[in-house]
Design a protein around this ligand. Structure first.
Ligand code: ADP
Length: 433
């Protein structure tokens, strides 16, 4: 018995090492391709290859033992194989030819109970689709792929690949595809919302075209009025398309942090200048607190867009005849490294926002009051753009509001090395506390 085990271990060393090297090479290749699809394909190929090697060895070790009835189920698998399969961080289950569970790696912990070993799969997993796939793979020898959902404790979506080895062992490789499913759902919702938003002004435009061709044809006064509305709707479509393109561009670049240095005080002044006509028409005064230059690490165009969006909202939803104030500050970030951050707080005196709406404000197309946003020319994408620009800059947004009194939107951005040094010098000479 001891000799057999030693022989099995010895036999396993070479294929085990080859598999490990092959898997490492494949994963390295997949990582350079930077593609989830390639990673998934590579993972499945690599795991199945290793399982095939494992299975044939396991079967050989089975043959070499005489009293198979007394054997524990996990005994079919040599230790080195268990270690290899156990080190893979995606759930893997191995069944014998009677569909009993003979091995489950650590990643299956949340899916199967610890005492499941040796039990038939049907008493461990109650998912009909998976059980059917296992039966088909066992009967036909063809690999099967099946999707299934586990509803509790939180809904999770999985994809299982079932393959049979030459020795009638079955490998089930399970992948958690919840994130991919959620991303697909979000994308589908986004397309539906964007189409809906575009359809509204488009319907208005086509309606007015018909009216102008029909009974308003000889009514110059009505024609002028309708043309004015058409022009407003066309501008709205344009803003929506600009915001959609902007959002896509920022998202595509989000993983790539900017490297430039931007003076936030100057950027805020430029954004405020661009919005001055709008502020004047709402009789809103823009007040930027005096401050020495505050350099952040960032992309100037994107930061201008970020502050324009927040300032624009403060004017749109602020009090007519009121004030919008901008204040700067320097804080230590909450990260362990404690880097310095520059805070830019934009404060208005508008109606404010209810507490439960605050967490949703940066969702695409979310508005507290859809009618009001449309009347003010809003697209519902301004704060989503702000959020993604801040993500790219490794910054964050804080929203405080007192209904009836006003709101404060504070953007935190990483201070550039130059600003951080100036602050340290000022702190060490006790000029600032
Ligand atoms: P919109 O184009 O509708 O302004 P945003 O994404 O910029 O879209 O903002 C989303 C929603 O957040 C707005 O529709 C509005 O309801 C609310 N909001 C944003 N800024 C303010 C503010 N300063 N005061 C009150 N509500 C605000």
């Amino acid at each position: 018995m001891g000799e057999n085990l030693a022989t099995t271990r010895h036999r396993w060393r070479l294929p085990g090492a080859i598999c490990l090297v092959a898997i490492a090479t494949l994963f390295a290749f997949a990582a350079t391709q930077n593609s989830t699809f390639v990673m998934a394909a590579v993972a499945t190929v690599a795991i199945t290859a290793m399982a095939a090697a494992l299975a044939s060895d396991a079967a050989r070790s089975t043959d070499s033992r005489s009293n198979s009835a007394e054997r524990l189920p996990g005994d079919l698998i040599p230790d080195v194989a268990k270690q290899l399969l156990g080190s893979i961080d995606e759930p893997l289950l191995l069944l014998d030819s009677a569909s009993r569970l003979v091995f489950a790696n650590r990643a299956t912990q949340t899916l199967v109970r610890l005492d499941a070993l040796g039990k038939p799969l049907v008493s461990v997993f109650r998912t009909p689709a998976l059980l059917q796939a296992v039966r088909s793979a066992q009967e036909t020898g063809q690999p099967q792929k099946v999707a299934f959902t586990v509803p509790v404790p939180v809904q999770q979506h999985f994809e299982a690949h079932v393959s049979r080895t030459a020795d009638r062992l079955l490998l089930i490789h399970i992948r958690d595809v919840s994130d991919i499913r959620r991303a697909d759902e979000l994308r589908a919702d986004f397309v539906a919302n964007a189409s809906h938003e575009l359809r509204t002004p488009l319907a208005a435009l086509t309606g007015f075209i018909d009216t102008l061709r029909g009974h308003a044809r000889d009514d110059p006064e009505a024609r002028e009025r309708f043309l004015e509305i058409m022009s407003t709707e066309a501008r709205r479509m344009r803003r929506l398309i600009d915001d959609l393109l902007s959002l896509t561009k920022i998202e595509l670049n989000e993983h790539n942090p900017p490297g430039g240095e931007v003076d936030l005080v100057e950027t805020l002044r430029d954004a405020a200048d661009a919005l001055k006509p709008l502020a004047d028409s709402a009789a809103v005064t823009l007040e930027i607190e005096p401050h020495q230059p505050a350099y952040a690490t960032g992309d100037r165009d994107q930061l201008t867009q970020l502050f324009q969006n927040i300032l624009h909202n403060a004017i749109k939803y602020g009090r007519e005849g009121g004030q919008v104030r901008v204040r700067f500050g320097v804080v230590a970030s909450s990260s362990q490294r404690g880097e310095k951050q520059i805070s830019v707080a934009i404060e208005d005196e508008g109606e404010g926002i209810s507490r439960d709406a605050i967490p949703r404000l940066t969702e695409r197309f979310y508005r507290v009051d859809v009618k009001r946003s449309r009347e003010k020319g809003g697209t519902g994408l301004g704060l989503a753009i702000v959020k993604h620009i801040l993500n790219r800059h490794r910054g964050r947004l804080e929203i405080d509001s007192i209904p009836g009194r006003g709101s404060t939107f504070t953007a935190y951005l990483p201070a550039s090395p130059r600003t951080a040094t100036v602050i340290e010098v000022l702190q060490s000479t006790s000029i600032i506390g």
